[in-house]
Design a protein around this ligand. Sequence first.
Ligand SMILES: CC(C)(COP(=O)(O)OP(=O)(O)OC[C@H]1O[C@@H](n2cnc3c(N)ncnc32)[C@H](O)[C@@H]1OP(=O)(O)O)[C@@H](O)C(=O)NCCC(=O)NCCS
Length: 179
Amino acid sequence: MEELSTDRLVVREWELDDAAPALAIYGAEKVTRWLTPAMGQVSDTTAMRAVLHAWTEAQPNMLPPRGRWAIQRREDGEVVGGLGIRLLPPYDEDLELSWQLRPDAWGQGYAAEGGTALIRWAFTQEIDELFAVARPSNTRAIGTAKRLGMAWVGETDKYYNLTLQVFRIRPADLPPDWD
Ligand SMILES: CC(C)(COP(=O)(O)OP(=O)(O)OC[C@H]1O[C@@H](n2cnc3c(N)ncnc32)[C@H](O)[C@@H]1OP(=O)(O)O)[C@@H](O)C(=O)NCCC(=O)NCCS
């Protein structure tokens, strides 16, 4: 994927040099407490670099639109968050869009803005739906899913053995000006 640009952000691939800002996201308990068990809280920059190494190695072998990306603020070049698209275990049929922002970047619409750009790109990759899952008490994530135009599908415990709210978006759900 080429970089995606929005008014305030660039969505781009992760680099090893992103370890410090990535740790501000994936080392923050306020963020990782909401993530699925596959992504635990990262302890330090060395561990974060190892995670980024694994992500950057895996990325070229992932079938688009799967992958992981950094959300970078254009104004100051700061990495403020991450986005991912992956198959939801255990059935590996449903594609999940996920988003994470470092806590001091919450409340500015960055997940919605970056997520919107990624959804538009994902729907150019011959897929017909994307899902998001969130714990019922994760009101911020649920707010972001709605802001992205995702529709509530229901509650399930089929993923990760967790009770999760499920949201879905299809190309027909995109506003006309997104075409
Ligand atoms: C989920 C998460 C990304 C949401 O962060 P967020 O900043 O609330 O998300 P959004 O990008 O949707 O921003 C919406 C907020 O920005 C505000 N905002 C400010 N400027 C805005 C703009 N230009 N456009 C849209 N919203 C804007 C909105 O009013 C809203 O704030 P409010 O909820 O306080 O009313 C963040 O809480 C997070 O990283 N959580 C931990 C990880 C997580 O739960 N991930 C999802 C797991 S499935």
